[in-house]
Design a protein around this ligand. Structure first.
Ligand code: HEC
Length: 210
């Protein structure tokens, strides 16, 4: 009786539209304990919809810049590096100028506070973007993940795949980025695992149904 009652209440909320946040606790009550001690690690999370309609700035007529724009579009750089591209609506005034949606880098199914990195500003603004990076430094980042300060970026920035870029393709991407209008936009600082992030997070994981 009690549990039927509870299911009904949850069902009602389910139809109120809070699908992930409300539906998962019902299921975990009926399934065996999970590695998180039966606690639903996604409690308090809400589903969001990915946005569409990202347009890259055209840049100059230079052949390398054109090729760079083509590659940047193909490799999806702007879907991470643009405000509003992952949630809501991409801001056309801030294309490629970084995002305040963090990317989790430990597993939120295990760690309630998984830590987050923020895709930085790729426009050539001196203070908040790649303004002080040379063309070669951008090429090195793309092919090795190493920043101009020698720090190894997380593999969330897919440099392990971009390491396959030919030198001329990497130069084309860097030339396109350097040709953009500088946009001032500072992204939040990295959040270390164990600390709550103040922004929404994306997590990419590999899961298997029980
Ligand atoms: C899946 C999301 C994602 C995609 C796709 C992506 N990046 Fe990144 N990128 C990141 C994140 C996150 C960081 C920061 C990583 C860190 O600090 O450890 C980053 C860092 C960088 C940096 C270093 C900038 C700095 O100030 O330190 C450059 C340059 C960069 N990305 C360029 C690109 C380009 C060009 C592409 C497309 C060819 C691209 N990224 C695609 C997420 C992404």
């Amino acid at each position: 009786m009690d549990s039927n009652n509870r299911k009904w209440v949850i069902g009602a909320s389910f139809f109120a539209g809070l699908m992930t946040a409300i539906a998962l606790p019902t299921m975990s009550a009926a399934t065996p304990e999970t590695s998180t001690g039966g606690k639903n690690p996604l409690q308090g999370m809400t589903p969001v919809e990915a946005s569409k309609g990202l347009e890259l700035p055209v840049g100059s007529d230079d052949a390398a810049v054109k090729q760079g724009r083509y590659l940047v579009s193909l490799l999806g750089c702007a879907s991470c590096h643009t405000e509003g591209a992952l949630i809501g609506k991409p801001d056309p005034a801030k294309t490629l100028a970084g995002s305040s949606v963090g990317i989790a880098y430990s597993n939120p199914m295990v760690n309630a506070y998984p830590g987050a990195v923020y895709p930085p500003n790729l426009t050539p603004d001196d203070e908040t973007g790649l303004g002080e990076w040379s063309l070669d430094e951008v090429v090195t980042l793309l092919r090795s993940g190493k920043t101009r300060h020698g720090r190894q970026t997380m593999a969330i920035m897919p440099w392990t795949s971009y390491a396959q870029l030919s030198e001329s393709d990497a130069i084309a991407i860097a030339s396109y980025l350097k040709s953009l209008e500088p946009i001032k936009n500072k992204v939040p600082r990295q959040v270390l695992p164990g600390n709550p992030a103040k922004t929404p997070l994306v997590h990419v994981g590999l899961y298997r149904s029980r």
